[in-house]
Design a protein around this ligand. Structure first.
Ligand code: URA
Length: 319
């Protein structure tokens, strides 16, 4: 075998491994975007420890029992809501083509009351100047999806694409998250996707503690309105912000904690998975744990066929 043949053979092996792991998340075809080289959200996730009040008593030693932890007092909503309804990025650099973005209509499912309350919250977020991120944002990114979801994903903060579009997880990490959601038997429309900060940290850096703290009342209110059956935190900053724990994401992932009575199961951030594809099976494992737990909580899977690909489908819920 020539050196060239050897290189080709190694490249083909790498592609085979990559496609196999993509297929686990339901990839059926390669999009052009999937081949684009620039990882928009390839931010590092250093072990930040936001200095904010933890809102739960995480029972890290016996996570299975943690559902009984007493709910912490919910944070107050933003003190004096700014005047509405002008959902514009108040102090953002003006752009002639600026259009305040909320999620497209087809994704705005849920009860009218919950929807209206979320709309009001989104308007507050759009006018927010509580932290320095407002000065550099293009659009606020409040979150999107079902207004009464069984499952809420919470990520870190908007990246470049999200800042431009006003929608969460629409870059490469978002593409992967969308596949994971599909493999779990849901769709982006039937879950809700949010972030711990609603404005893009410049250069996709990790949100700073004061930014996380300033945005926290919005997130708290959002969760209270959505009332999800289960929360999946994506990556370390989201996990520590919600749970107030100090352990790393490798120790916390796949285990069950509780936030104000709602089960929380952390997993790796999809941007981390883009850089560490060997860990995709761990996320697939966590995803199956989440779905099994949701079914146990009475959730109905929009696409129960997804269970056919589960290693160990819940017996009562087999399609
Ligand atoms: N990463 C996040 O944490 N959130 C987004 O919305 C996009 C990328």
């Amino acid at each position: 075998m020539t050196e060239h043949d050897d290189r080709v053979s190694r490249a083909l092996d790498a592609i085979r491994v990559h496609l196999r792991s993509e297929a686990e998340f339901g990839l059926e075809a390669l999009s052009r975007a999937a081949r684009s080289p620039a990882p928009v959200e390839s931010r590092a996730v250093p072990p930040v420890e936001p200095r904010i009040e933890p809102r739960v008593e995480p029972r890290t030693e016996t996570p299975a029992d943690s559902r009984t932890a007493p709910p912490a007092a919910p944070a107050r909503p933003v003190e004096s809501p700014p005047p509405r309804p002008t959902p514009v990025a108040a102090a953002a650099a003006p752009r002639s083509d600026f259009v305040p973005r909320v999620a497209p209509l087809r994704e705005r499912l849920g009860s009218a009351d919950a929807r209206a309350a979320l709309d009001a919250l989104e308007a507050d977020v759009a006018a927010c100047t509580r932290c320095k991120l407002h000065a550099t944002r293009t659009c606020t990114v409040p979150g999107e999806g079902h207004a009464n979801p069984d499952l809420l994903f919470i990520g870190e903060g908007p990246g470049e694409e999200e800042d431009r579009s006003g929608r969460p997880f629409v870059g490469r990490a978002g593409e992967l998250l969308t596949k994971i959601i599909g493999a779990m038997g849901f769709s982006r429309e039937t879950v809700h996707i949010a972030n711990i900060v609603k404005c893009r940290p410049p250069g996709n850096r990790v949100p700073e503690p004061d930014e996380i703290a300033a945005c926290q009342p919005y997130l708290t209110r959002q969760i209270e309105l959505l009332k999800p059956k289960l929360i999946c935190t994506l990556g370390l900053p989201a996990t520590r912000t919600i749970l107030g724990i100090t352990q790393g994401i490798k120790a916390a992932r796949g285990r069950e904690f509780v936030w104000n009575g709602i089960p929380v199961i952390p997993t790796f951030h999809p941007a981390y998975l883009l850089r560490n594809p060997d860990d995709k099976p761990l996320v697939w494992q966590d995803a199956q744990t989440i779905v099994r737990r949701l079914i146990g909580l009475g959730a109905t899977l929009p696409n129960p066929d997804a269970l056919k690909k589960f290693k160990d489908p819940p017996p009562d819920a087999a399609p």
